[in-house]
Design a protein around this ligand. Structure first.
Ligand code: TRP
Ligand code: ZN
Length: 477
């Protein structure tokens, strides 16, 4: 029973918080998960985690969130937030207490169903004791008022930035995969509880705010501007995006049915507009391949500095200025279907995100370059991975969630399936899998079941070999 979050660095010195967090957690759990200030003895408590195999204390048990409303006033210059988060959720068990995940900040007040509620805090667990106990099936509203400067959450995969909220040179951006959402708003911080969002973000002019979904309103009050963004389809917490800075909005053309709107740093807007000019075309390509684009609008937000990565934040992927490549654009677009709309149920099955994005990104370049090139490239990876003895991608620990195993051996699962079945059946499997699980959560077993059903064969052994065997199977003839 160890607290695995925040993640320990790869062979790094143990920082004070990293060592203390597991300890506070162990004590918290020994105390029976009961918040001291709530004092409810043996009353039913929502679990402080969902038991994710990699992050057992991310998310919380006992309820399901339907909608988040984030009202944030952000002081860009001193990097502080004054916020109110309103959650509409359904209790799935009786609850005398339940938890949200929030790291740092001062919590000023909590209300449940308009009544003040007691609360206590341990590490990233905010435990709330509503005045009236909730019953299973109750739809209830929780309002949390909080303020402060977001706390840094280190991540072994991210070199110079934090997981979650970041401020650099007057630009604010969020990159939360997997657990960083708790650095800026209280939530049920696990990908298995998706919800729609309203974000109302107030900043000093002339800052521009970009976030997920559709910009539904912009209000100016004196020197302040409030941007209202609506994300109507369900979204996992790690995909919630906020970017604040000197951005220009560029509306693109090229897609048949989806508005393309990008946010570029003012100084680089012309060059980036050219870089991303075919985004609509790529989007239409994947809509044809997989099924209609899952959301209302799409675009990217590019930071005015290098990050070394991009992240597929829903409807608004975030890019460092150093990775604004067509291949990465295609990769993050694929994630809108696989990852964002169809989301793994747990963090040990990231191949369902990254294997799909890595492989399907190649199908975009294949359009110009031909399928032989894809196959040659895949075979080179096959040989390299065999020599490296890469482990199987199917279930990975937290250190391997974004490793070559997940991206490239993950991609090989799909390439092998395509070689085995041919293009038509392969596409039919992708389309059926997407259509069936659109907007929801999946496991590897769900994917295998669809492959079996669509092909009319039992491919379980074949796919298990590619997904779970330490040794890669031989390439289908
Ligand atoms: N999902 C991202 C991609 O493949 C990679 C990624 C994983 C990431 N964790 C991250 C990016 C954290 C930024 C921050 O495109
Ligand atoms: Zn990816």
């Amino acid at each position: 029973m160890t607290q695995r979050f925040p993640v320990p660095g790869r062979q790094r010195l143990c920082s004070l918080t990293r060592c203390l967090l597991p300890l506070t957690f162990a004590l918290f759990l020994l105390a029976g998960c009961q918040p001291v200030s709530a004092g409810r003895g043996s009353q039913p408590a929502g679990a402080p985690g969902l038991g994710d195999p990699n992050f057992p204390f991310l998310g919380n048990g006992g309820y399901d969130v339907e909608h988040y409303t984030l009202d944030l006033t952000v002081q860009v210059s001193d990097n502080t937030i004054s916020g109110t988060t309103t959650l509409r959720a359904t209790a799935i068990q009786p609850l005398s207490t339940f938890n949200l995940d929030l790291l740092g900040f001062t919590v000023d007040a909590v209300h449940v169903n308009d009544l003040p509620a007691e609360f206590s805090r341990r590490a990233h667990e905010l435990t709330i004791a509503p005045r009236l106990r909730l019953s299973a099936g109750d739809l209830f509203t929780t309002v949390i008022r909080y303020h402060g400067r977001p706390e840094a959450l280190a991540d072994p995969d991210l070199a110079f930035i934090s997981q979650g909220w970041n401020q650099r040179d007057g630009t604010i951006f969020v990159v939360s995969e997997p657990g960083g959402a708790m650095t800026w708003y209280p939530s049920n911080n696990h990908l298995s509880d998706k919800a729609s969002y309203t974000m109302r973000v107030t900043v000093d002019a002339p800052n521009v705010v970009a976030a997920n979904g559709v910009l539904s309103d912009t209000r100016v009050t004196g020197n302040q501007i409030t941007y209202v963004w609506e994300m109507a389809q369900p979204m996992a917490t790690y995909l919630a995006m906020l970017a604040i800075g000197d951005f220009v909005r560029v509306e693109g053309v090229g897609s048949e049915g989806t508005l393309i709107r990008h946010y570029f740093p003012r100084a680089d807007a012309a060059a980036l507009t050219a870089n991303f000019a075919n985004t609509g075309e790529i989007l239409d390509f994947y809509s044809d391949l997989i099924g209609d684009y899952p959301f209302d609008e799409y675009g990217v937000v590019v930071m005015p500095f290098p990050l070394g990565f991009a992240l597929e934040t829903q409807t608004l992927s975030v890019f460092g200025i150093d990775v604004t490549l067509e291949s990465v654009n295609a990769h993050e677009l694929v994630h809108q279907w696989f990852g964002n709309s169809v989301t793994p149920a747990a963090w040990n099955e990231t191949w369902l995100n990254e294997g799909f994005a890595s492989y399907l990104q190649k199908l975009w370049s294949e359009r110009d370059l031909g399928s032989e090139l894809t196959d040659n490239g895949m075979r080179q990876y096959y040989n390299a991975m065999q020599q490296m003895k890469l482990p199987a991608p199917g279930t990975v620990g937290e250190r391997d969630m974004f490793s070559m195993t997940v991206y490239e051996r993950g991609a090989w699962v799909l390439h092998a399936l395509r070689l085995e079945l041919g293009d038509d059946l392969f596409r039919q499997i992708l389309r059926t899998y997407y259509a069936r699980f659109e907007g929801g959560n999946v496991t590897t077993a769900d994917f295998i079941a669809v492959a079996n059903e669509v092909s009319g064969r039992d491919l379980t052994g074949f796919l298990n070999g590619w997904i779970y065997s330490a040794e890669m199977p031989s390439i289908p003839e």
